[in-house]
Ligand binder design. Structure first.
Ligand SMILES: Nc1ncnc2c1ncn2[C@@H]1O[C@H](COP(=O)(O)OP(=O)(O)OP(=O)(O)O)[C@@H](O)[C@H]1O
Ligand code: SF4
Ligand SMILES: [Mg+2]
Length: 344
């Protein structure tokens, strides 16, 4: 069987608002192999959720997936899907878990019923079998006393348990791809770690591929093999975990790494954010999108989009500093020095 599960090719998504066209995703390409975990990391507003919703077929008016975008799933272009094909695919082939389980689970419906509905809609179980399967999957995601809990409503669950129930709902039909959009952001750190462990464990069992979306590089450390760093609707650097954590080449990735929470520091460096604000997606800059916040910005950065530099083995970055005509700077040296200082 073909190893490649998903291939997103030049995805462009805009929202047509009264103020103009918000270019939320501006030419994103990446692929996901069967059973692997790929992370998409970037600050708030960079287009992570819009990318995820595009793969789920959830871009609604006034949003538009632009002509020329392709989302190949097992070799078939999802952008050509009819409404019925999207419905069959969603939950069955690909499922998504959202940041806040309270808003994604139906508050008026018992948790067990919601899981049963998913099974019934996709014809994965008869009504008689569905109840048993709901209990089984809740037990699998670590909910204690699932026979009782199936009859409860989402508000009777704690935050961590709601997220477990959400994962159960997403996985009950055995999707080949799971999109986890900031699945742990609303949870405290200990529960976050438990949920990440659970996802890893379930992935081992089910063989599902995962797209893990987060603004925090710290969350993906040790969990994912490949990372895409997104900024202003584009992927500015990509590579395997070691490339991104130990040999990053894009100044935005350096900033993200410096913003990774350090739980061991008492002076709350963990709250460090990146100075400045991302560009306005109503009128994105014509050159490098990071130029207004980059301390290494050169005149060319404001004029022309940086080309992609290939460092081999899937590691790529889009930055003019990699051009042989660029002046040699202390950039990488300074970044590495800072890393060393943080370690000491
Ligand atoms: N329904 C909408 N109408 C107008 N603009 C939208 C809509 N949804 C998203 N956008 C815009 O698209 C851009 C990308 O949004 P997206 O939700 O993908 O960001 P994100 O990376 O997921 O951020 P966060 O980390 O805060 O979840 C933002 O500028 C946002 O304002
Ligand atoms: S292209 Fe220029 S502005 Fe953009 S990240 Fe590289 S050095 Fe900074
Ligand atoms: Mg989001």
């Amino acid at each position: 069987m073909d190893d490649l599960l998903l291939k997103v090719e030049d995805l462009r998504v805009s929202y047509h608002t009264y103020a103009g066209e918000v270019q939320s995703v501006r030419g994103v390409s990446f692929d996901v192999k069967r059973g692997e975990t790929v992370a998409i990391v970037g600050e708030s507003g960079c287009g992570k959720s819009v990318t995820a919703k595009s793969i789920m077929g959830l871009i609604m008016d006034p949003g538009e997936v632009k002509e020329g975008s392709h989302i190949w799933f097992e070799g078939k272009d999802l952008t050509q899907n009819t409404k019925k094909q999207w419905r069959d695919y969603r939950g069955n082939e690909c499922a998504m878990i959202f940041q806040d389980a309270l808003t994604s689970l139906d508050p008026t419906m018992r948790v067990g019923k919601q899981i049963e509905e998913v099974l019934l809609v996709h014809g994965k179980a008869s009504r008689a079998e569905a109840a048993g399967k709901a209990v089984e999957i809740l037990r699998r995601v670590g909910i204690p006393n699932p026979e009782i809990r199936v009859r409860e409503y989402p508000h009777q669950f704690s935050g961590g348990m709601r997220q477990r129930a959400m994962i159960a709902t997403a996985l009950v039909c055995g999707p080949k791809l799971l999109i986890a959009d900031e699945p742990t952001t609303a949870l405290d750190v200990t529960i976050q770690a438990q949920i990440m462990d659970l996802m890893k464990e379930l992935q081992k069992d089910t063989g599902a591929a995962i797209i893990l979306i987060t603004h925090d590089l710290g969350v993906v450390a040790g969990i994912v093999k490949r990372i895409c760093v997104m900024y202003s609707g584009k992927i500015v650097e990509r590579g395997n975990s070691a490339d991104i954590f130990y040999h990053p080449h894009h100044p935005y990735t350096w900033s993200l790494l410096n913003a990774v929470p350090r739980l061991d520091l008492e002076n709350k460096q963990s709250l460090m954010t990146i100075e400045g604000t991302p560009p306005d997606l109503l009128d994105p800059p014509k050159g490098c999108p990071f130029c207004t916040r980059c301390r290494y910005c050169m005149p060319v950065c404001r004029e022309e989009e940086p080309p992609v530099t290939d460092f081999g083995d899937g590691h790529e970055a889009s930055c003019w500093l990699q051009d042989e005509r660029a002046p040699r700077t202390d950039a990488e040296f300074m970044h590495n020095l800072k890393k060393q200082e943080n370690k000491d």
